[in-house]
Design a binder for this molecule. Structure first.
Ligand SMILES: Cc1ncc(COP(=O)(O)O)c(C=O)c1O
Length: 429
């Protein structure tokens, strides 16, 4: 049997080419090149995304459904962008809708889901999640919904699946679980979460915001009912996206103005969207596909039906490359005196993590470490990054939280070396 094009020999990620696509990576601070290790809060943007935004504003800027050129172009661009996200997620284009960001979309969507729930129905969230996948569900407590929280295993910051099972009862209607944890990088067994939800007769809402820059998403293979992500975390502009199974998006009652279309996906896209941002999202998906095409020259040319295959191919080389960086970074971190590491540190289990890590140092609080690194051109985050259930559970919320270092495929071994050297200096001086 012939091998598929993604099984053939491929080249490794061409990091020089990747970095050349991102103009912002040229920034310097105090004579140091900027090392953007802040990706979990939003990634940098390649030139082709900037060009797409500018092109839309110059040549197509209009509202939708008008009887003139720029409006027609806008309608076509929106249809193409929905198709791009459908290729990215592995679904149909009317099953995805855009909005300002994941948080805003999820608050609105949770309210619509709440219309189908009764007092004493239950929703299960987790202690590992960003609050954007907790607070919108807890807002439903006002109508008598009960929200339960599945615990973690503190020793490696993984979801306690036994506890999750215990939290599911005959009244459970929804499991809201993250694909990957934005504070410590754990990948959850979401396939099992979806299975448990289905077994209980409940729906599953997967927050894939943190996973999306690191791994391929296949909503059909997962079988989840809903999934959310944010294109600004995968090289696009500030946007949010939700996928929903068509049957749900048709059945649920959206909060919408009466004259707005009632068909999919428009019924979920409230008001006038950021069209230029959505044009940028399509370009971000094409940027990811272009990584796959460069690494696997046998893939079909763009544009064409091969975009999904190119995206999957891209994530293969991204995964290999990021895995190498993560192994180097974590091995180096574990040698730093007085460093506490939160999350999976055993390389044999790295398939269950993305290259985002949470640490603390005995000698300096997270805010101090972040500013020490920032002065040296190394961008990281301190605090809870809205994963407040987790920082509380780890007992660090009152004491500055964690320092988060997040790598993506435009980062380099040299940047990891600089990080390790600077942290070592701070920890031992
Ligand atoms: C895991 C996770 N979920 C949700 C969000 C919220 O996304 P948005 O900023 O698009 O509202 C974030 C943002 O940091 C996140 O990391």
């Amino acid at each position: 049997m012939a091998a598929s094009s993604t099984e053939r020999t491929h080249s490794a990620l061409d990091v020089g080419w990747v970095r050349a696509q991102f103009p912002s990576l040229r920034l310097t601070i105090n004579g140091h090149p900027a090392a953007f290790l802040d990706a979990p809060a939003g990634t940098q943007v390649p030139r082709q995304v900037m060009d797409a935004i500018q092109d839309y504003l110059m040549n197509s800027n209009a509202n939708t459904a008008g009887a003139f050129l720029t409006s027609r172009r806008t309608d076509e661009m929106l249809a193409a962008a929905h198709q791009a996200m459908a290729d990215f997620l592995g679904c149909e284009r009317d099953e995805v809708f855009f909005g300002q960001n994941m948080t805003t979309l999820t608050f609105a969507f949770a309210r619509a889901i709440g219309r189908e729930l009764k007092a004493r129905d239950e929703i299960v969230t987790t202690a590992l999640d960003h609050d954007a996948n907790v607070a919108p569900w807890r807002a439903l407590e006002e109508q008598g919904i009960v929200v339960r929280q599945a615990d973690i295993r503190v020793e490696d910051c993984t979801l306690d699946m036994e506890d999750l099972r215990r939290k599911i009862t005959g009244r459970t209607k929804l499991l809201a679980v993250g694909y990957a944890a934005n504070a410590v990088g754990t990948i959850n067994n979401v396939a099992e979460v979806v299975r448990l939800a289905r077994e209980a007769g409940a729906h599953s809402f997967i927050d894939a915001v943190h996973y999306a820059p690191h791994g391929p998403i296949d909503v059909r293979a997962l079988g989840c009912d809903f999934l959310a992500c944010s294109p600004y975390k995968f090289f696009g502009p500030h946007q949010g996206v939700i996928y929903g199974k068509r049957e749900h998006l048709q059945r649920l009652r959206a909060y919408k103005v009466r004259p707005a279309p009632d068909y999919l996906p428009d019924r979920w896209e409230t008001g006038t969207l950021s069209h230029e941002g959505i044009a940028g999202v399509a370009a971000a998906v094409d940027y990811i596909a272009s990584i796959g095409r460069r690494a696997f020259p046998n893939l079909p040319e763009a544009p064409g039906p091969g975009r999904r295959e190119a995206i999957l191919a891209a994530y293969r080389v991204i995964h290999e490359y990021e895995g190498g960086l993560a192994r180097k970074m974590i091995a180096g971190l574990l040698e730093i005196p007085g460093l506490t590491f939160y999350g999976i540190s055993d390389p044999a289990r790295f398939d269950w993590r993305v290259p985002t890590v949470g640490i603390r140092l005995a000698r300096a609080k997270p805010a101090k470490i972040a500013s020490y690194l920032g002065d040296r051109g190394i961008f990281t985050w301190d605090g809870n990054y809205y994963a407040v259930n987790l920082t509380e559970r780890l007992g660090v919320e009152h004491d500055g939280g964690l320092l988060r270092i997040g790598l993506v495929h435009y980062n380099t071994e040299q940047e990891v070396d600089r990080l390790l050297t600077a942290l070592h200096e701070l920890a031992t001086r």
